[in-house]
Structure formats: structure tokens, C-alpha cells
Design a protein around this ligand. Structure first.
Ligand code: NAP
Length: 230
């Protein structure tokens, strides 16, 4: 982690649907935010659109390699079929950093059916590809982009999985900064449960004519205990 006062978050593949929503909320919270893309001009265009919405110049766009190099914490928002190639191409730039993996291992056209990757989950696959020099944390897979570019409270909690408690804590801080409720969901081996909820939510959306189904943890921890990261 850098000693800089304000951290830089790079959203790799941040030009689609989920990435700009997360970028919008983190820029509002005061982070330096970089949108990454295979095409720098596309990233710059999305950054400009976000800045217009934010009414300030808070977000910049870059190629994915430069974005991964520039950040303190990286966030990956690409479709599963681009997951491995994207990570292999950014392995060097990500060493020593936390990677927040938002990827859900969906295999179109059956996006409402769980497909378990060979490593157990996309996040575990990311950890295998990147090696021990990167702390992979799985988070945000259940939050529909439909909510993120709006300013209303998001009715969906975030389950955070990773093998390093410190990295999970950092990501729980990012969840709070995005004005969401986060829960420490334990080691990376649990990520398949979190990733696996997304096709269930997509199926519920389809069957019930919705766009934004989410999950929420019920119950309240005792006051002195570690509570939800709200
Ligand atoms: N959308 C949601 O509501 C939502 C919610 C929770 C989790 N997720 C998960 O988050 C991830 C991103 O979702 P999304 O809806 O934002 O995806 P998306 O809009 O389909 O794609 C995001 C970006 O990924 C890059 N990309 C696409 N194909 C690629 C390829 N073959 N190689 C390299 N990069 C490629 C593109 O960026 P460039 O062309 O600029 O490089 C694209 O703008 C997915 O794994 C999804 O399952 C999505």
C-alpha cells in the first residue's frame, strides 16, 4: 500500500456497465479514480462522461496496462471470457497490490445457471494467475450496475472474500466509501458462493420482470462486536 494520502483506484475494463458505477461512487468519496480499457480513447471518453456527471474533473482514462501501473488498488470488471487473458497481461503491474475481482464466471447464453470454474471460482483463478504477490479479494459481484450510477441507497449488501484479513479490511473500506453495506465473508475459497449468487439473481430478475435483485444479510451483531461495514 502506498503512503499517499489519497489512494488511486484503477478499474480495469472499467468502460462497461459495472465499472463506471463503482468509479462514480469512489470519485464522489474522494478517491483518485482511473478508468482502464484496452483502448485508451474509450477510457478517456468514459472518464469524461463521469466527470460531467460528477461536475468535477475527478476521473481519468488510460490503457489497462498504464492504469494497473498507476494504482494502489486495482478493480477488475471484465466479462469472464476476458478474465484470464486480461490478468495474464497485467500480472507484472499488479504485483504488490490488492486486486478486487468483481468478475462472475457466467457462460453465455446460460447466464442464469451457475458454472463453476476449474479453480473453484473466478477469484481463485485470479489468485492462481497472479501468484502470491497479489492479494485477490472477491467483492461486488451481487450489486447490479442499475443502482450504482444513481444516488439512492443501494438495497444490496456486499460480501467480501479474501485470504488476507488486511486486504479484506481495505476492501470493506471501499464498500463503505461506495455507500454500501459490506460483510467480511471469510477466505477466498468462499468466493464461489458469492459469485454463484449472481446467476441466481439474474434468473430471479428474468422470471419476475426485475432488473436489480440483490441480497441482504439479516441480523445485528452485538454493539461491541465487529459490525456490518455500513
Ligand atoms: N453489469 C452488472 O450489473 C454486474 C454486476 C455484478 C458483477 N458484474 C460482473 O462484472 C464484470 C463486468 O461486468 P459488465 O457488465 O461491466 O461487463 P461489460 O460491460 O460486458 O464489459 C466490461 C468491459 O470489459 C472489457 N472487455 C470486454 N470484452 C473483453 C475482452 N474480450 N478482453 C478484454 N476486455 C474485454 C470492455 O472494456 P474495453 O473494451 O474498454 O477494454 C468492456 O467495456 C463481469 O464479470 C460481470 O459478470 C456485472
Amino acid at each position: 500500500m502506498s503512503g499517499r494520502l489519497i489512494l488511486t483506484l484503477s478499474i480495469l475494463g472499467g468502460t462497461g456497465k459495472e465499472g463506471p458505477g463503482l468509479a462514480y461512487r469512489w470519485a464522489q468519496a474522494g478517491y483518485h479514480v482511473v478508468i482502464g480499457s484496452r483502448t485508451p480513447e474509450k477510457a478517456e471518453r468514459v472518464a469524461a462522461e463521469l466527470n460531467e456527471r460528477l461536475e468535477r474533473e475527478l476521473v481519468v482514462g488510460m490503457g489497462n496496462v498504464e492504469a494497473a501501473e498507476a494504482c494502489d488498488i486495482a478493480v477488475l470488471t471484465v466479462p469472464y471470457n476476458a478474465h484470464r487473458d486480461t490478468l495474464e497481461g497485467l500480472k507484472d503491474q499488479l504485483q504488490g497490490k490488492v486486486l478486487v475481482d468483481v468478475t462472475v464466471p457466467l457462460v453465455p447464453p446460460e447466464v442464469s445457471v451457475l458454472k463453476v470454474p476449474p479453480s473453484g471460482s473466478a477469484a481463485q483463478e485470479a489468485q492462481e494467475i497472479l501468484g502470491e504477490g497479489v492479494d485477490v479479494v472477491a467483492a461486488f459481484q451481487n450489486v447490479s450496475h442499475v443502482h450504482l450510477l444513481e444516488d439512492h441507497p443501494v438495497p444490496c449488501d456486499v460480501l467480501v472474500c479474501g485470504d488476507h484479513e488486511g486486504a479484506r479490511e481495505q476492501v470493506l473500506e471501499l464498500v463503505r466509501a461506495a455507500r454500501l453495506v459490506g460483510w467480511d465473508a471469510g477466505p477466498l475459497a468462499n468466493a464461489i458462493v458469492v459469485e454463484g449468487l449472481t446467476p441466481v439473481l439474474i434468473g430471479i430478475n428474468k422470471r419476475h420482470g426485475m432488473k436489480e435483485a440483490g441480497i441482504r444479510i439479516t441480523g445485528h451483531p452485538p454493539v461491541e462486536a465487529t459490525g456490518p461495514d455500513a
